[in-house]
Design a protein around this ligand. Structure first.
Ligand code: HXC
Length: 258
């Protein structure tokens, strides 16, 4: 499938999506978000794919929603038309893991998009921020909600109120990113992590994702109960039999993703 604003490729069992509007630092417009949603849905439906990597360029993961478009929006465009965020939710429906590989700027909607992924691997030149306040708006795709959950209320308030950027080291200390690597190794590191995940049993991978995400949506006792039921369900898979048999036979498992 041909896209105008993203590049899509497959390496082994990993689907790779690159945001590709270099002249606007990958600013996120309607067309790009539609294409991204479609590419994610296609990979999610493809049995040959076990994990997805989302990345940008060396200079920018994404510098936010497209300001040239938003500049002229009225309240009715934003509210009734929902022009800005109407197609931002697709990524939340994706059941396979999505890794954000972030180099350069991840600002505003770019930071929010990275946070919608399952985890973030950052290049050492990555910069995260929610600078919307400088434009006279507030974050609109989860920035005020996911950032405090990821980095604490204090740091989220600091970033959203002052519009300052946080570098990769600060983001890792605060818990926003899972690892930092040299910029020229970013994609290799993300693809390697995705390849490891894609080699696991796909239904088990999906259960892990669903269970960890539950931790953010519910109480501890309900989350633990949910995890227990998923744990029990793993014994209904062929891959549980294979994983345990392989351990006992001292060989690597050969998962069938069933
Ligand atoms: C549209 C953008 C853009 C954006 C950069 N560009 N960010 N265009 N929307 N968000 C364009 C610039 O206009 C410029 O185009 C080109 O990309 C290169 O940008 P420069 O500013 O020349 O680059 P540089 O000096 O290196 O500065 C990089 C930057 C700066 C620090 C990232 O571009 C910047 O501050 N951008 C805006 C960041 C921001 O405020 N993001 C939040 C947006 S609001 P030309 O044609 O001049 O070369 C948002 C709300 C989300 O995201 C709501 C939920 C959906």
């Amino acid at each position: 499938m041909d896209y105008a604003n993203i590049l899509v490729e497959v390496q082994g069992r990993v689907g790779l999506i690159r945001l590709n509007r270099p002249k606007a630092l990958n600013a996120l417009n309607d067309d790009l978000m539609n294409e991204l949603g479609q590419a994610l849905l296609n990979f999610d439906a493809d049995d040959a794919i076990g994990c997805i990597v989302l990345t940008g360029s060396e200079k920018a993961f994404a510098a936010g929603a497209d300001i040239t478009l938003m500049a002229n929006y009225s309240y009715m465009d934003a509210y009734k038309g929902d022009y800005i965020t109407r197609n931002w939710e697709t990524i939340r429906r994706i059941r396979k893991p999505v890794i954000a590989a972030v180099a350069g700027y991840a600002l505003g909607g770019g930071c929010e998009l990275a946070m919608m992924c399952d985890f973030i691997i950052a290049a050492d030149n990555a910069k995260f921020g929610q600078p919307e306040i400088k434009l006279g708006i507030i974050p609109g795709a989860g920035g005020t909600q996911r950032l405090p959950r990821a980095v604490s209320k204090a740091k989220a308030m600091d970033l959203c109120l002052t519009a300052r950027m946080m570098d990769a080291a600060e983001a890792e200390r605060a818990g926003l990113v899972s690892r930092i690597v040299a910029a020229d190794k970013l994609l290799d590191e993300a693809m390697d992590a995705a390849t490891v995940i894609a080699g696991m049993s796909l239904p088990i991978v999906m259960m892990v994702k669903e269970s960890v995400n539950r931790a953010y949506e519910t109480t501890l006792s309900e989350g633990v109960q949910f995890e227990r039921r998923q744990f029990h369900a793993t014994f209904a898979t062929e891959d549980q039999k294979e994983g345990m048999r392989a351990f006992l036979e001292k060989r690597p498992p050969n998962f069938t993703h069933k």
